[in-house]
Write a protein that binds this ligand. Sequence first.
Ligand SMILES: C[S@@+](CC[C@H](N)C(=O)[O-])C[C@H]1O[C@@H](n2cnc3c(N)ncnc32)[C@H](O)[C@@H]1O
Length: 370
Amino acid sequence: MGDIMQVKIDKLDNFGRGITYINNKICFVDNALPGEVVEIEITKEKSKYLEARVINVIESSPDRVKVDCSYYDICGGCNLRHLSYQKENEFKREKVQELINHIGKLNVKVNDTLYGPEKNYRNKVTFHSSKNKIGYYEKGTKNIISIDNCLLLDNLINDNIKNIKYSQKDIVIRTSNDGKEILMNDDSSIITSIGDKKYYVSRDSFFQVNKYLTKNLYDLIRNNIDKKYNKCLDLYCGTGTIGIYISDLVNEIIGIDYSESNINDANKNMILNSITNISFICDKVENKIDTFKNIDLVIVDPPRAGLDNKTKKYLNEINSERIIYVSCDPATLSRDLKDLSNNYNILNITPVNMFPRTYHCESVAVLERK
Ligand SMILES: C[S@@+](CC[C@H](N)C(=O)[O-])C[C@H]1O[C@@H](n2cnc3c(N)ncnc32)[C@H](O)[C@@H]1O
């Protein structure tokens, strides 16, 4: 049992944890909100920081809401169910703004967060399984908690949890965005849709998980393509979704992704949507990036690590007219925008809450050649 004390919470960190200071040492407190006075128990003591859990909320924030999930205290899936959804969207904007100012050293006002429904939005789940349990990992451990209903998941997934067969490996379930098709961890694929485009998605392919907001994310990209462009790179293209969605706005598109499963689906998706001006390459972006010429529009949607140095050097050299950067980590986005800011002006940055009730935050930044 760790030390117990009463503290006041200053602000939230990037992972949605409350921050306080104890004898000048930073302490991260799960399930605590700015301004609250809470009784805490220290759960971890390291040389540079402490971690704690709330035992009792003594003075509650007006932004605190009643938690509606019985797994919340132990499950590692959500982080912000105790904060009102409106404040979560404000918190995500402020977080992106702070990182853009401090890491990016950029003086750009971040737009309000674009958001959609906060429940039952996920069209995909990866469950862990052991001999007698199927579910999520407990917070900070690899112990499995059995789950029979998750408020983040599409109800078609929830209805089918009872039908899942145990497996040695992780179990993937996907549903189509119209709620009609389900893929239960096998090698088949489903056909799903975003707007008027249709997409095959296989078990191991990448597909945006938010069934409500992906259309808004892709429309934001479309709306920032200000004219007809000639040659577009869709870097980290997944199953070709963005390229296909904007294919009428450019003469030619090249999509690159290193996952075979993604590129197999991307090629099928091109045919499914009768698109003829797009081609896909299965390779690492950094292996191919210096082979492209006369590019005037670039879309990048990298994993959380952001862009590698070679790709940034290339983007600085080719001086494409416009870059649209879709990011799932505002810290690496801020670093990369700084590295591109000698050659590009940042026109706008919009957080998109693709992962409600978790700390994760997607953003779209639009860059224009100086
Ligand atoms: C965030 S997803 C983007 C997918 C897509 N743009 C979409 O909206 O569905 C990132 C993608 O980057 C791919 N990826 C990660 N590292 C890569 C690399 N070094 N080179 C090429 N693709 C990579 C992954 O396979 C994944 O599909």
